[in-house]
Design a protein around this ligand. Structure first.
Ligand SMILES: [Zn+2]
Ligand SMILES: [Zn+2]
Length: 160
């Protein structure tokens, strides 16, 4: 029996930039890339990934979007009040995109277990945990996409 689709409210640290998502988060990972370090103001970012279409931003909002590198680039939304990340969007193919939300913006009870450390070659400090460490730009990109698709379509991608 299918679970009823739930709506979860999220917000930036200051609370000015609220938004919601439906369903469940797909993936959680730690990103050590230099852009995350800069945008999050931390050695690495704790990120939850969903499908873009799961996210609903209010039409009137205080979020400023910008891209920090050449394509494929995440369109990163930052709250104009607290200057903290709200949500980022990465279009993959028409009709399918990823959304990235800081774990701190979600209710703690909704957080999935972290799956890996990404862009580990950019790390500020070594991490002592059991999670896989992925280094290299394309390897890191691919690890997120592959893990996301595996989590989203387990029957399709775990075969063979
Ligand atoms: Zn990053
Ligand atoms: Zn804010």
């Amino acid at each position: 029996m299918a679970k009823p689709v739930t709506q979860t409210n999220c917000h930036c640290p200051c609370g000015e930039s609220g938004f919601s998502y439906h369903g469940t988060p797909v993936l959680r990972f730690f990103c050590h890339c230099s852009i995350c370090q800069q945008v999050y103001g931390k050695p690495f970012a704790d990120i939850v990934a969903l499908r873009s279409k799961q996210i609903a931003l209010p039409p009137e909002n205080d979020i400023e979007f910008s891209k920090h590198r050449l394509p494929p680039a995440v369109n990163r939304g930052v709250c104009k009040s607290c200057n903290r990340p709200v949500a980022g969007f990465l279009p993959v193919v028409p009709g399918f995109g990823l959304a990235f939300i800081p774990a701190a913006n979600l209710p703690a009870a909704e957080l999935p277990e972290p799956s890996m450390h990404n862009f580990y070659h950019r790390r500020v400090a070594d991490i002592n945990d059991e999670l896989p460490k992925v280094s290299g730009y394309w390897k890191s990109q691919w690890a997120v996409t592959a893990s996301f698709l595996t989590a989203l379509f387990p029957a399709t991608f775990r075969r063979g």
